[in-house]
Design a protein around this ligand. Structure first.
Ligand SMILES: [Zn+2]
Length: 378
């Protein structure tokens, strides 16, 4: 009898331990960018997984897992790196086999829940072996060395940064629209206008729905020898009534108002969506020199640029803040060049959310920023 009870007890214990360790695969997403493919699975804490990389395929094994039907349906995607996906199940171990188009560097890690994702996340990044984006964006530098006189004067490079992207949706609107889509639409419209202007060229920090690290955005600006940096966002606050545009410029000491500090915090923490991207020592050294030399002039110029953009935005409706605000955003820490962050309108305001999603209104916003840039150069 005792034996039976203890057997039952141990069975019960095993069962509960088993159930407790079991991880549910709640959801699956992927993001393709020019430099990597990111696979994200929503899991439970303490997920046990391994990655086995063969030549042009890799297997992600997750032990003691429960695969939801909805998650399963999303697994079979293809992009420029993933050719085919198969799922094999051995008891409660799931094997996800990804056939690849080539050989990639694979990094995997887990992320804790945050205010946007309530589950723990298992992330697998596939990087191109030779960093082709880095190569591509370094090119202008070389040609400038060979031809030092002409190019820089005739072509002003404007870096346009569409806020957020991929796993980082940005603010969520009253009707659930996502900031990341709106910022990209406006950024692309602005880029088109700039590219149609003689002597100006636009470079986008992202062209699709994927995340680019904040320091990476700055590197893109540096590598392209940009002369201006404009980051595009849509604002959100708890109060549904707040509305209007505002422009932020860099302040070394950080936010000048409580509002600026809150915003600063939400933008800077966005890097928890990606790999930690510490600038290497060489970069830091270079940055410091450029930073010290140019800080003063850059701040004055940013202020001017911000004021010019606000003057145009004012024509679209009442502003949220009438003068450029100071904040310490990471994306604004581009040395040497005037940099502003434009909060185009409040996505948390129903009326403005509708405006932000409207094609014609997006064009008006892009045009206001564009005119502001032109006036700044005048
Ligand atoms: Zn934003």
């Amino acid at each position: 009898m005792y034996r039976l009870v203890s057997l039952l007890l141990s069975l019960l214990f095993l069962n509960s331990a088993f159930a407790k360790d079991r991880t549910t695969l709640h959801d699956f997403r992927f993001w393709s960018s020019p430099e990597r493919t990111r696979i994200v699975m929503d899991v439970d804490p303490g997920v046990r997984f391994s990655i086995d990389q063969q030549q042009s395929q890799f297997t992600l094994s997750i032990r003691n897992a429960k695969l939801l039907k909805n998650t399963y349906k999303k697994l079979f995607f293809t992009d420029q790196r993933i050719k085919k996906t198969r799922v094999k199940r051995d008891n409660t171990t799931y094997q996800f086999k990804f056939k690849l188009h080539g050989q990639y560097q694979i990094k995997s890690y887990t992320l804790k829940p945050n205010d946007k994702y309530r589950h723990h996340r298992l992330v697998v990044d596939l990087y191109d072996q030779k960093n082709q984006t880095a190569k591509a964006i370094k090119k202008p530098k070389k040609s400038l060395v060979k031809d030092p006189a002409s190019k820089q004067r005739s072509n002003r490079v404007i870096l346009i940064d569409a806020g957020h992207g991929g796993e980082d949706s940005g603010a969520i609107g009253y009707k659930r629209s996502k900031e990341k889509h709106i910022t990209l639409n406006i950024a692309k419209k602005l880029a088109n206008k700039i590219n149609r202007t003689q002597g100006m060229k636009a470079v986008l920090t992202r062209r699709g729905d994927y995340y680019v690290g904040l320091t990476q955005r700055i590197r893109i600006a540096q590598a392209n020898q940009a002369s201006l940096f404009v980051s595009i966002h849509a604002d959100a606050v708890k109060s549904r009534r707040a509305k209007g545009a505002s422009v932020y410029i860099l302040s070394e000491r950080g936010g000048s108002t409580k509002f600026a500090r809150r915003l600063e915090k939400s933008q800077n923490t966005a890097d928890q969506f990606g790999v930690k991207q510490q600038p290497n020592n060489k970069d830091q050294y270079l940055n410091k020199i450029l930073w010290d030399l140019s800080r003063k002039d850059r701040d004055i110029q940013s202020q001017k640029l911000g004021a010019n953009i606000l003057q145009q935005m004012k024509k679209l409706g009442p502003l949220h803040k009438k003068v450029p605000q100071k904040a310490g955003f990471v994306v604004l820490k581009t040395p040497a060049i005037p940099s502003v962050l434009v909060e185009t309108a409040f996505i948390s305001n129903l009326e403005e959310e509708q405006r932000l999603n409207n094609n014609k209104e997006q064009d008006k916003i892009a045009n206001a920023i564009y005119q502001g840039i032109l006036n700044y150069y005048k």
